[in-house]
Design a protein around this ligand. Structure first.
Ligand code: NAD
Length: 332
């Protein structure tokens, strides 16, 4: 049994990780500020478990984090907490700086102070895992090789630059203070419980409520989609098998244009919930002015994670998507 402190565990990805670890019999302390992106229902399956503790706090509250680490004798920190939506970062970047950069600094300070007091095996086995994104590497052109751990950081949005900054802080706390930290950079996630501001849930909800399916620009932008459960598995592998101070890229091996995703959602809905007027949901698609600084293509190589961690992805995008859409249709 391991003791985890997970931040942002009421959000999309963090909640999947929390539920999985509690089900495995580990203790999880979930620290979340409960922003608009949080949802208590995401963890309702395990919220009554004796091994689950919730602390409503901001990751900038260093003393609260430090006290939680001490009190629960933590082995692993997994830092998911972040402002995560690019559009919001373009409208107003301040909170992204505050949470993603200052918050990570606060987490590192709390972790460093706690780590320096540990001894023996407990100290040897302690890890700080920082969850980051492929967006720190910038944008690819068609035909360019997928991002690897060796790529230069070239973030383009306020969101990706705040995540890039946090990655640099994590690296420095490892190099300077010996904090046993690991970074994972992951591609676009999809799965149950994703906030409706993000592409896939937004398209499903808008389709079902008869609203426009708005796509930025010409919709040809490419993202690499990973199932959230694969991402969580990759994080666990990096924690338990990864080299201290190292970075691991985690991708879905599933590059797709935005238009293809929306078409697929419409095709699945046309089968599962055909419209009474016989029209396809595709009739609701509408192209709108492009997002400012919109990255064209992300693709990320799993070569190192496969070789060093034994990471694999489930290759059934359509099946996974059908599952998500069915649950939406049933209102689950
Ligand atoms: P999310 O927006 O769904 O959830 C974020 C959670 O963090 C929320 O529960 C929120 O309340 C909490 N939070 C925000 N600010 C906080 C603060 N100051 N203190 C404590 N809690 C705070 O995010 P997500 O999509 O689950 O992403 C989780 C992490 O994974 C982020 O670090 C993100 O950068 C990274 N990531 C996401 C994706 C993706 O496709 N969603 C891809 C790669 C990496």
């Amino acid at each position: 049994m391991k003791n985890f402190l997970v931040t942002g565990g009421l959000g999309f990805i963090g909640s999947h990780f929390v539920v999985e670890q509690v089900k495995k019999g580990n203790l999880v302390v979930n620290v979340d500020k409960v922003t608009y992106a949080a949802n208590y229902d995401n963890v309702k399956e395990i919220s009554g478990d004796k091994n689950y503790n919730f602390i409503k706090a901001d990751i900038n509250e260093t003393a609260v984090i430090y006290a939680a680490l001490k009190e629960s004798n933590i082995d692993y920190i997994v830092n998911f907490a972040a402002e995560s939506h690019v559009d919001n970062s373009i409208k107003s970047a301040g909170q992204f700086i505050q949470t993603n950069i200052n918050g990570t600094f606060s987490m590192l300070e709390a972790a460093k102070n706690y780590y320096q007091e540990l001894e023996g095996e407990k100290k040897d086995n302690f890890r700080f895992l920082h969850v980051s994104t492929d967006e720190v590497f910038g944008s690819l052109k068609d035909g360019e090789p997928a991002f690897t751990e060796e790529n230069k950081y070239l973030p383009n949005s306020p969101y990706s630059s705040s995540k890039a900054s946090s990655d640099h802080l994590v690296r420095a706390w490892n190099e300077t203070y010996g904090l046993p930290a690991i970074i994972t950079n992951c591609s676009n996630n999809y799965g149950a419980n994703q906030h409706e501001e993000k592409l896939i849930p937004k398209m499903i909800t808008n389709a079902l409520s008869g609203k426009d399916l708005t796509i930025y620009g010409n919709g040809k932008n490419i993202r690499d989609w990973i199932y959230v459960e694969d991402h969580c598995h990759g994080i666990e592998l990096a924690l338990t098998k990864g080299q201290i101070g190292d970075t691991y890229c985690l991708g879905g091996e599933c590059e797709m244009r935005n238009t293809k995703i929306v078409d697929l959602i419409c095709d699945i809905l046309d089968e599962l919930k055909p419209k009474s007027n016989g029209e396809s949901y595709k009739s609701q698609i509408k192209f709108i002015e492009d997002r400012q600084g919109h990255d064209y293509r992300y693709a990320i190589s799993n070569a190192k994670s496969k070789k060093e961690l034994g990471f694999e992805v489930s290759k059934s995008f359509r099946n996974n998507l059908e599952g998500i859409i069915s649950r939406h249709c049933e209102g689950v």
